[in-house]
Design a protein around this ligand. Structure first.
Ligand code: SF4
Length: 466
C-alpha cells in the first residue's frame, strides 16, 4: 500500500536547500532520545519486559553495543571508548552476561530472534574468541534463527581481516557493514583513519567468499581535505567494490559538542557549496550506477532486500537506520543501548562506570526512557511513513489511531503549505506525498509532525540535514 519510486530523487534548488535545510533529528525513534526521562526507570522497563508475554509473541530483535575502538577517528560523534586493552572487552562481556541474565529474568514471551545487530564503537574490536563467547552467551538465552533472519555486524577492516570475516560467517552473521568514509590518503590523515583500499577490499572479498548476503559500505562527505575531485576518486573505488548498500553520511562539524572533532583543522573543511557539489555528484553517480535512493543517507541496489522492502511497503526504521523487518520489540544490550518494548523506549546508562555499577548491584542498567501516549503513537506512525516511504496514507493513520486526520493534524497541514508551495510535498484528500525534489529534505517535512519540536523549538541542537 505504501509504495514509492525509490530512484526518483532530484536535488532541490540551492535556494530551497537554504530555506528548508534546518537542523533536525534523524528519527530513528519518535520521540527522539533527547526526550527520554529518568522517571522511566529500570522498574518501568522491567514491567514492560514482563508484559511482553501477554501479547501474541512476535520474534525479538536484538542490538548489542560494543563500545571499544582501537583508535579515534576525529569526526566521530559516537559513544565509544578508545583503548588497545582487550582485557576491557573481557570485563565488558562479563557485564553483558549479567545484563542478559537480569533481562531474561523479567522477559516473558517468545525469545526467538530473527534480527541481530552488533554495533558500536567497533564490534570487530572483539577477538574471534570473544565474538564466539558473545554468540554462545546469546544462544544460551535466545533462540537465534540466523537461517531466516538478518544477523548483521559493523566492522572496521583494520580490525577485521579475512580470517575474522570467515569466523563471523560461521557464527551466523549474514550482513556486514564496513566502515570506510573516504579512500583518499590526505582525507584519511586529516581524520586519523588510515585505511588502505587493499585492506578494505580484502575484507569485502572475504565477506563475498564467505556468503554474506549483503555488504554495506559507509561513506562520509564534508570531511577535511575533501573536494568534488577527491570524492569522485573515492566513488570510483567504491563502485569497483560494488557493495549492495551504501550509506553516505553528512559530516556535521560540532567541535563544541564532540571532543575528537576539535582535532580537525576547520580550514580544511570543504565550503558549503563544495559540500553540496560533492553530495550532488554522489547522488548522480550512485543512481546512474543502479543504486536506489532509500531515504536519508541510504542507497541500495535494486536486488537488495532494502530496495525491495521499500517497493513493497515493508521498510521500517529503527535505531540502526532502515530495516526490512516488520516492527518488533527490540532489546538493546550494553552501555547506552536503547530498547523498544511495546509502546516504550528504554536506554541503558551511557557511561561504562554507571553501567557496571548498576549491574554490580543486581539492577537493570536502564537510565531513562519514555512511555508513548496516543498522540506520540499517531505522530510516530506519520513520521516513520514519511521517513521510510515518502508518503502517508491518511486513512491508514485514521484506522490505526482512531482519529480524523485532517482535524487532528490541522495545524501541521497548515504548516506543510510552505513545503507544498515550494514543490516539495503534495497533499490531497487521501495522501501526503513527498515529491522527488522533497526527498532529500524529508527530515524537515517529518519535523512538522514532531510535537516536541513544536513545543520548545530546540531544533538548533541538531545537525543540519545536508
Ligand atoms: S568512527 Fe567508528 S571506529 Fe572511528 S572512533 Fe568512531 S566508533 Fe570508533
Amino acid at each position: 500500500m505504501l509504495t514509492a519510486a525509490p530512484t526518483d530523487v532530484t536535488l532541490p534548488e540551492p535556494e530551497l536547500l537554504r530555506r528548508f535545510d534546518v537542523p533536525g533529528p534523524r528519527y530513528t525513534s519518535y520521540p527522539t532520545a533527547d526526550r527520554f526521562v529518568e522517571a522511566f526507570d529500570a522498574a518501568a522497563h522491567a514491567q514492560w519486559l514482563a508484559r511482553r508475554g501477554q501479547v501474541p509473541a512476535a520474534p525479538l530483535s536484538l542490538y548489542v553495543h560494543i563500545p571499544f575502538c582501537n583508535t579515534v577517528c576525529y569526526y566521530c560523534a559516537c559513544n565509544k571508548v578508545v583503548t588497545r586493552d582487550h582485557g576491557r572487552a573481557a570485563d565488558y562481556l562479563q557485564a553483558l552476561a549479567q545484563e542478559i541474565a537480569l533481562v531474561c529474568r523479567h522477559l516473558t514471551g517468545v525469545r526467538r530472534v530473527e534480527q541481530l545487530h552488533l554495533g558500536g564503537g567497533t564490534p570487530s574490536f572483539l577477538t574471534i574468541e570473544q565474538l564466539q563467547q558473545l554468540m554462545a552467551l546469546l544462544a544460551g538465552h535466545f533462540e537465534l534463527d540466523a537461517a531466516r533472519g538478518e544477523f548483521s555486524i559493523e566492522v572496521d577492516p583494520r580490525s577485521c581481516g579475512p580470517q575474522k570475516v570467515r569466523a563471523l560467517a560461521q557464527l551466523g552473521f549474514n550482513r556486514i557493514s564496513v566502515g570506510v568514509q573516504d579512500f583518499e590518503p590526505a582525507v584519511q590523515r586529516a581524520v586519523n583513519r588510515l585505511q588502505s583500499f587493499e585492506t578494505t577490499a580484502a575484507t569485502i572479498d572475504a565477506a563475498r567468499a564467505a556468503g554474506f548476503r549483503s555488504i554495506n559500505l559507509d561513506l562520509i562527505y564534508g570531511l577535511p581535505g575533501q573536494s568534488r575531485a577527491t570524492f569522485a576518486r573515492t566513488l570510483d573505488r567504491v563502485l569497483a567494490l560494488a557493495p549492495e548498500r551504501i550509506a553516505l553520511y553528512h559530516y556535521a562539524h560540532l567541535p563544541e559538542r564532540f571532543k575528537p572533532q576539535r582535532r580537525i583543522d576547520a580550514r580544511l573543511l570543504p565550503s558549503p557549496q563544495e559540500k553540496m557539489g560533492i553530495m550532488r555528484d554522489a547522488i548522480v553517480r550512485l543512481t546512474a550506477a543502479g543504486y536506489h535512493y532509500i531515504g536519508m543517507d541510504h542507497f541500495a541496489k535494486a536486488s537488495d532486500d532494502l530496495a525491495r522492502a521499500q517497493m513493497t511497503g515493508r521498510l521500517h526504521r529503527n535505531f540502526q537506520g532502515y530495516s526490512t523487518r516488520p516492527e518488533c520489540d527490540l532489546l538493546g544490550l550494553g552501555v547506552s543501548a536503547i530498547s523498544k518494548i511495546g509502546p516504550t523506549y528504554a536506554q541503558n546508562a551511557r557511561e561504562l562506570p554507571e553501567y557496571y555499577d548498576r549491574l554490580k548491584n543486581g539492577l537493570l542498567p536502564t537510565a531513562r526512557g519514555v512511555q508513548l501516549d496516543r498522540d506520540d503513537l499517531a505522530r510516530r506512525a506519520v513520521i516513520m511513513a514519511l521517513m521510510c516511504h515518502f508518503r502517508v496514507s491518511k486513512e491508514a493513520i485514521e484506522t490505526a489511531h482512531l482519529l480524523n486526520f485532517d482535524d487532528y493534524f490541522a495545524r501541521e497541514l497548515a504548516a506543510l503549505q510552505a513545503f507544498v508551495e515550494a514543490g516539495l510535498v503534495t497533499v490531497d484528500a487521501e495522501w501526503i506525498s513527498v515529491t522527488a525534489k522533497g526527498k532529500l529534505l524529508v527530515r524537515a517535512i517529518a519535523m512538522v509532525f514532531d510535537r516536541y519540536l513544536q513545543q520548545d523549538q530546540r531544533a538548533r541542537r541538531y545537525s543540519r540535514i545536508i
